[in-house]
Design a protein around this ligand. Structure first.
Ligand SMILES: [Zn+2]
Ligand SMILES: [Zn+2]
Length: 260
């Protein structure tokens, strides 16, 4: 494959910092995982045609993970006169309403005029253990354990056999070991840095580097990319994971690409 396996567009939590938007990635520049506010510009800035990224997989519909969708919808409409080539995958409970909200936002002044957008994106609503396949990819999903309905993904590139896991935002779930089994790469959130988790996690439902280490060990992951934390927490999260794992551990540096 000529495209990089995984490309980072952002790896911040809900505090974006200079040159680091909310967490957002591509797989082979064909699938977008979540849509940070700058996703469309980030693709253009890295010479990736946003139209070739024709599947968007949402981990969940918290604003920091989907605010970039309206810009992508407008770009598709301007470039192709249709949204029919776009597939949007997400949690069954929320993805359809969120896409509808984004469409109303972008085309609020003229939705009737845009006859072409009658051809709407294909929406794939997933729940529980499920699989969605494209010609190139097998996209396995399971429910996350977050404050809102969400999905974790384990995506396999069929031709090369490479696979990458995305936890999205979630607490630790015992079945992660099976779900992310033998992943070449795992992007694991570490909202609480090196950990341990605070008492309040019962409400916000996130993870730390401690759970990332546990999941890597249980799943036999080959390489860990830590992501989704407030910048001042990064160093200690990285130090914890490196100390407790023998596999390569890196930070998901924005605009960096990763092979396996
Ligand atoms: Zn988040
Ligand atoms: Zn969230």
């Amino acid at each position: 494959m000529s495209q990089p396996f995984v490309r980072i567009l952002g790896s911040a939590d809900w505090h974006p910092t200079k040159n680091n938007d909310h967490s957002c990635y591509t797989v082979c520049d064909r699938i977008l995982i979540d849509a940070c506010p700058s996703a469309m510009m980030a693709l253009l800035n890295q010479d990736v045609d946003p139209i070739q990224v024709s599947t968007i997989c949402f981990t969940h519909m918290h604003a920091d993970h989907y605010m970039g969708l309206p810009a992508l919808l407008l770009h598709w409409r301007v470039r192709t006169n249709s949204l029919g080539g776009l597939t949007i995958v997400g949690p069954k409970a929320t993805v359809r309403a969120s896409v509808e909200r984004a469409l109303n936002y972008v085309f609020h002044d003229s939705r009737d005029m845009h006859a072409e957008i009658a051809e709407l994106p294909k929406i794939v609503e997933l729940e529980g253990d499920s699989v969605y396949e494209t010609e190139e990819f097998r996209i396995a999903a399971m429910d996350s354990d977050h404050a809102v309905p969400g999905l974790c993904y384990h995506i396999t590139h069929k031709e090369s056999g490479k696979s990458v896991g995305f936890t999205g935002d979630t607490r630790y779930i015992p079945s992660f070991g099976q779900f992310f089994k033998d992943a070449d790469l795992l992007l694991h959130e570490c909202s609480f840095g090196a950990g341990p988790l605070p008492e309040g996690n019962i409400v916000c439902r996130h993870a730390s580097a401690q759970e990332a280490v546990q999941v890597c060990n249980e799943a036999g992951v080959k390489k860990l990319l830590l992501t989704h934390t407030f910048e001042p927490n990064r160093e200690s999260a990285m130090a914890y994971a490196k100390e407790h794992l023998s596999i390569p551990v890196e930070w998901a540096v924005p605009y960096k690409t990763f092979e396996v």
